[in-house]
Design a protein around this ligand. Structure first.
Ligand code: NAP
Length: 259
């Protein structure tokens, strides 16, 4: 594969699943545009990737939870945005706790990052993908997309949005040659649960590796799949959500994600 023409933009590339996307895409010959807040971590990663693989790596340290962050990033990228053939909307976080006890500012930032920025970046990348009649978009959702999740209420709702939005676009854009896939990981070995304050919960102890999640994600988007649940045991969740009342799914999640 040429290392000159192919560009991927990965949000949340400074750690976890996004960092693994950066490595696997670079090894597959993609030049990279990496975005997250931690500039030092992004620069270190960029240097390592460039020295090991030789691909070009550009770093944009941005807080994507700010309103209009996607448009501001697009403005800074300028014509560079037109090079993006693969968009990985991965940056996201979860706030665990009873809804009314969480800080509203944090809830608003989570909604902005998990839904609005993801939607806006997709919107901004589509015109040139439509023109080229090709492009791939991976949106990171979650197994939490399939059920109401007490004590993770807004996070799970934001991921339900990502799943529904991606599945709709997958159909809508198929005749334009653009593939859109929602990836629904279960518990994965990253900083996510440390940040959410859920790493002590038994429900999250069985973890997949980011490596596996990314391998399956890339395979799924290439195959044009609308969504994929990574990890064998996690596949029980969408199945159960089709068979059981949503109330029961919610009560089970409440037990698993007890505050
Ligand atoms: N790990 C799991 O168990 C799990 C399960 C299902 C779904 N997911 C989803 O997987 C995605 C990746 O998370 P992860 O598991 O890899 O967790 P992680 O290790 O905490 O990585 C999250 C990434 O998002 C970036 N990010 C967070 N807030 C940001 C902001 N305001 N602006 C820009 N970037 C921001 C972080 O970078 P900076 O801190 O440098 O900004 C980091 O690179 C998320 O969407 C998450 O919801 C994770």
């Amino acid at each position: 594969m040429s290392t000159k023409q192919h560009y991927a933009l990965v949000t949340g590339a400074s750690s976890g699943i996004g960092l693994e996307f950066a490595w696997q895409l670079a090894r597959g010959g993609y030049n990279l545009i990496l975005v997250a807040r931690n500039e030092a971590a992004l620069n270190e990663l960029a240097a390592q990737i460039h020295s090991e693989t030789g691909v070009n790596v550009e770093v944009y340290a941005r807080d994507l939870a700010k309103p209009n962050a996607a448009q501001a990033l697009a403005t800074d990228l300028g014509a560079g945005l037109r090079r993006v053939e693969l968009l990985v909307n991965n940056a996201g976080f979860g706030l665990h706790g009873r809804f009314h006890e969480l800080p509203m500012e944090g809830i608003a930032q989570m909604m902005q990052l998990n839904m609005n920025t993801l939607t806006e970046l997709t919107y901004l990348c589509l015109p040139h993908m439509m023109q080229a009649m090709r492009g791939e978009i991976i949106n990171i959702a979650s197994v939490a997309s399939f059920q109401p999740c007490p004590n993770f209420a807004v996070y799970a709702a934001s991921k339900a949005y990502v799943l529904s939005f991606s599945e709709a676009l997958n159909i809508e854009l198929a005749d334009a040659g653009i593939k859109v896939t929602a990836v629904c990981p279960g518990s994965t070995d990253t900083n996510f649960h440390n940040i959410a304050g859920t790493s002590h919960l038994r429900a999250v102890q069985l973890m997949d590796s980011p490596k596996k999640v990314v391998q399956l994600s890339l395979k799924a988007v290439r195959a044009g799949r609308a969504s994929i649940v990574t990890g064998l045991s996690n596949k029980a969740i969408p199945l159960a959500s089709r068979l059981l009342p949503r109330y029961l799914m919610g009560k089970t999640a409440q037990l698993l994600f007890k505050k």
